[in-house]
Design a protein around this ligand. Structure first.
Ligand SMILES: *Cc1c(COP(=O)(O)O)cnc(C)c1O
Length: 390
C-alpha cells in the first residue's frame, strides 16, 4: 500500500537539508548562546545567521525577527503584547471570523477578561471586505489581526488594502502568515504590517519553533519574563538547533519559491479537475484564484468528511477535515460556516493540502480511488440516494 501524505497544512516533514543543518547543534555544538566561551559564541553565531535568513525571506531587518516556541505563541504575543503596551489607547481588537484557533481563542480569553472583540464577516470565498473593517474601527481600537492565508481553505486576504485602513486610523496591524510563508511571496515592507507570525513545522522545519516579526519602533510588552534573550523581549534559552533548522528552511523557501509554486499549482489543479470531472456534486470552498496553490478544500454532498478521511486512510492516503485542531469534534468548521457553506456540506468537507514531497503519481492514485470511496459512502446514505433518484 502506498503512503501518500496530503495534509501539509497540518504539518510538514523536516526537509533533509534542514535536518542536516540542525544535527551538529543537537550534539557537539551544544553551547548556550548567552555563554561567553567558544561553545556559547558558536551557538550565538548560528542563531544570528538563522535570524538573517528568516529576515531575508520576508524582507525584514534581522533585528525585527524574534524566535518563539511556535506559531501559536507568536499570535498570542502579538495580540496580548500590543494590547498591554497600549492600555491608555483602549481595549478593542478586530479579527476575522476565520482566524486560526491561536488567534480566536486568544481573543475569547481576552473578551472574558474585559477586552472587546469585533469578529469581521467574510464573503463566500472567505474574503474580508475592507469596507467592513473601515466601519468597525473605533477610537479605542488597538490592534487588527487578520490572517494572510487561511489554513482550511487557502484564501489569501487583501492585506495591503486592509492595512491601509488600519494605518489611516493609527491602529497596529498583525497578520498570521503561517500558511502563506513559503507558498507565496511574503514581503513585510510591501504588506506594511507591524507584526507577522511564522511557524517552523508548516515550512519543513521542526515543530516547536516559530517567529514573530516586530517592525522596528513597535511598542510591545513581553509574554515571557526572565533572561535577556531575544534583546530582552522573549526570555528563555534559545532552541538553537530548531532555530538553525528554521533558518535553513527559510533559505530553501526563498531559493525555491517559483518552482514550488509551479509544482503546487500543477498538482492541485490537476487533482481538482480530475475530481470535478469524475465525481458529481462536489464543491470547492475557498477563492477560485486568490488561494495558496497547495490547498484544495472540497465538500462532497451526501457524505460526511470523516468517512472519506477514514476510507482514504485505509488505502494509504492522509488528508484531513478542515483544521486538525478540531479533530474528534463533529462541530462544523467555523471557517466554512462563516463563508456561508450550507451545514450538510460543511460536514462533508475534506481538505487536501499538497507539499514538497508529493508527485503527480500521488494525484493519480488518489483521483483513482476517491470516486469509489465516495460512491460507497453515498450508497450507504439514504438521503443522498433519494435526491439522486429524483
Ligand atoms: C498551524 C497554524 C498555527 C499554529 O502554529 P503552531 O506552530 O502549530 O503553534 C497558527 N496559525 C495558522 C494559520 C496555522 O496554520
Amino acid at each position: 500500500m502506498p503512503e501518500i501524505y496530503l495534509d501539509y497544512n497540518a504539518t510538514a516533514p523536516i526537509h533533509p537539508e534542514v535536518l542536516e543543518a540542525m544535527q551538529p547543534y543537537l550534539t557537539e555544538k551544544f553551547g548556550n548562546p548567552s555563554s561567553l566561551h567558544s561553545f556559547g559564541r558558536e551557538a550565538k553565531v548560528a542563531v544570528e545567521e538563522a535570524r538573517e535568513k528568516v529576515a531575508k525571506l520576508i524582507n525584514a531587518h534581522p533585528s525585527e525577527i524574534y524566535f518563539t516556541s511556535c506559531g501559536s505563541e507568536s499570535d498570542n504575543w502579538a495580540i496580548k503584547g500590543i494590547l498591554w503596551a497600549n492600555k491608555n489607547k483602549g481595549n478593542h481588537i478586530i479579527i476575522s471570523k476565520i482566524e486560526h484557533q491561536a488567534v480566536l481563542e486568544t481573543c475569547k480569553f481576552l473578551e472574558e477578561n474585559g477586552y472587546s472583540v469585533t469578529y469581521l464577516d467574510v464573503d463566500k470565498f472567505g474574503m474580508v471586505d475592507p469596507d467592513n473593517l473601515r466601519k468597525s474601527v473605533r477610537k479605542d481600537t488597538v490592534i487588527v489581526s487578520i490572517m494572510h492565508a487561511n489554513n482550511e481553505v487557502g484564501t489569501i486576504q487583501p492585506i495591503e488594502e486592509l492595512l491601509k485602513i488600519a494605518k489611516e486610523r493609527n491602529v497596529v496591524f498583525h497578520t498570521d502568515a503561517v500558511q502563506s510563508i513559503g507558498k507565496i511571496s511574503v514581503d513585510v515592507q510591501k504588506l506594511g504590517v507591524d507584526l507577522l507570525s511564522i511557524s517552523g513545522h508548516k515550512l519543513y522545519a521542526p515543530k516547536g519553533i516559530g517567529v514573530l516579526f516586530i517592525k522596528r519602533g513597535t511598542k510591545i510588552t513581553s509574554l515571557l519574563q526572565g533572561g535577556n534573550q531575544e534583546r530582552s523581549r522573549r526570555a528563555g534559552t534559545e532552541n538553537v538547533a530548531s532555530i538553525v533548522g528554521l533558518g535553513k528552511a527559510c533559505e530553501i523557501a526563498a531559493q525555491d519559491l517559483d518552482e514550488y509554486q509551479d509544482k503546487m499549482k500543477r498538482l492541485s489543479e490537476s487533482f481538482l479537475k480530475k475530481i470535478l470531472d469524475t465525481i458529481p456534486e462536489v464543491y470547492l470552498s475557498g477563492h477560485p484564484t486568490l488561494r495558496v496553490p497547495n490547498t484544495v478544500n472540497l465538500s462532497f454532498n451526501g457524505c460526511d468528511g470523516e468517512s472519506i478521511i477514514l476510507g482514504l486512510d485505509l488505502q494509504g492516503v492522509a488528508v484531513s477535515s478542515g483544521s486538525a485542531c478540531s479533530i474528534g469534534s463533529l462541530e462544523p468548521s467555523h471557517v466554512l460556516m462563516a463563508m456561508g457553506v450550507p451545514k450538510h456540506l460543511t460536514l462533508g468537507s475534506v481538505r487536501f493540502s499538497f507539499g514538497r514531497f508529493n508527485s503527480m503519481e500521488d494525484v493519480e492514485y488518489v483521483t483513482e480511488i476517491l470516486p469509489g470511496i465516495v460512491e460507497k459512502i453515498r450508497n450507504l446514505h439514504p438521503a443522498f440516494a433519494a435526491t439522486k433518484n429524483n
